[in-house]
Design a protein around this ligand. Structure first.
Ligand code: PLP
Length: 399
């Protein structure tokens, strides 16, 4: 029965029944007209989610990590200098991937709990008169710490420094759950994967590519083959795919996009905000702290909760799994043992969030945390009862 419980990890996310059915499809000849007809509208749907009119979308078999690799290998050359900041496990892993590809990464170390430092980026970019830096990397939503960075501010930093570097953004745990504005923020590479905001199984790396990035591709010398944008865009233009496509994921993506569109992106974002606020309210009622250093940085898709001194957050996660069949996220890297994470992205409702809060409370009470059973649930209930739910069941019925 425990597989009835929702997951509270920040990806892979809960898969709505409608999507579970959507990827149960028979095999199809990927050189057929039928496949071309299925593939064609997908890129446009993803462009709507990314808010780009001028960019292209490529979808590779893979996951978010494959999207990182595709982004850098298609647009950069070995030895190229890039600028990034490390403020959590995901920003760290992307930096590591770049270094392994022979890129020269200037890393700004930030406290875990902070976001990408637009002001420091501006200083470094302003000082780079010769425009040695070819790209700036930022993780929009650092899933390890539950921190959202201000990508618009990074664009302003690049503009203020009059610097031509490409802007690469990891949107793996934000895209399709939190507002993302590829064109407005001048994002050149936007990376996500199928198993987070799109509520699908893992299997596709989804990347938005600007025209400027496509131009950089012409001279980029990093080796690439499987993840070559040219092969993918060239085949896609004729309704084809350069190799065997992840058919199930692509056909279910169509339904995922329809679901997002039906709810309406502003409602999707508002729902994530509400659910997140309810969870944060519960954390406050427990007397615990959130890892993100200030409310401006709060993620709408994952909350990292600091456990009191002397407690091991890994025990929360293992006890929740063993006793209640509920999955929370562990702390990663520097915050291992210090935080546990409640993932609240994708297919999630207020009521599901309440069950996660209740489960976390039982776990903490079992482990002798100084919290009062019901305190977080009650606080979240009050919040959910008293705030307007855009796109609620009632509102849907009325429509
Ligand atoms: C999940 C995640 C990734 C890694 O993606 P995979 O699909 O596991 O390869 C990268 N960045 C962020 C911010 C993530 O949340």
């Amino acid at each position: 029965m425990s597989d009835q419980n929702p997951l509270f990890i920040p990806g892979p996310t809960n898969i709505p029944e409608k999507l579970r059915r959507a990827f149960d499809v028979p095999s199809m000849d990927h050189r057929s007209e039928k496949f071309a007809a299925m593939l064609k509208p997908l890129a446009d749907g993803v462009k709507d989610v990314l808010k780009t009119r001028t960019g292209e979308v490529v979808m590779f078999p893979g996951s978010g990590t494959g999207g990182w690799e595709a982004s850098i290998t298609n647009t950069l050359s070995p030895g190229d200098k890039i600028l990034s900041a490390r403020y959590g496990m995901f920003s760290h892993r992307w930096i590591d991937l770049c270094q392994r590809h022979g890129l020269d990464v200037e890393v700004i170390e930030e406290e875990w709990g902070n976001g990408a430092p637009a002001d420091r980026f501006e200083e470094v970019l302003t000082a780079d008169k010769g425009h040695e830096i070819k790209a700036v990397l930022a993780t929009h939503n650092e899933t390890a710490t539950g921190v959202r960075s201000d990508i618009g501010a990074i664009r302003k930093a690049l503009d203020a420094a009059k610097h031509p570097a490409l802007l690469f953004v990891d949107g793996v745990s934000s895209i399709a759950s939190m507002d993302f504005r590829m064109d407005e923020w001048g994002v050149d590479l936007a990376v996500t994967g199928s198993q987070k905001g799109f509520m699908l199984p893992t299997g596709a790396a989804i990347v938005g590519v600007s025209q400027k990035a496509l131009k950089a591709m012409e001279t980029a010398r990093c080796p690439r083959c499987y993840f070559d944008f040219r092969d993918m865009l060239g085949s896609n233009a004729n309704g084809g795919y350069p190799y065997t496509p992840p058919l199930n994921i692509l056909s279910a993506l169509k339904v995922s996009l329809e679901m997002l569109q039906e709810e309406g992106l502003p409602n999707v974002f508002a729902r994530h905000h509400r659910i997140a606020e309810g969870i944060r309210t519960a954390v406050g009622a427990w007397g615990l702290k959130i890892c993100a250093n200030n409310p401006r940085l709060y993620s709408e898709t994952v909350t990292a909760i600091c456990v009191p001194h002397g407690f091991d957050s890994n025990a929360v996660v293992s006890h929740a799994a063993d006793k209640y069949g509920v999955a929370f996220g562990v702390g990663l890297g520097e915050v291992a043992g210090k935080v546990f994470r409640i993932g609240h992205l994708g297919s999630m409702t207020d009521v599901m969030a309440l069950s996660g809060i209740a489960a976390a409370e039982m776990v903490m009470a079992d482990l002798d945390y100084p919290i009062k059973l019901g305190s977080g649930v009650a606080a979240a209930q009050e919040y959910y009862r008293n705030t307007r739910h855009v796109g609620s069941v009632d509102a849907t019925r009325a429509a």
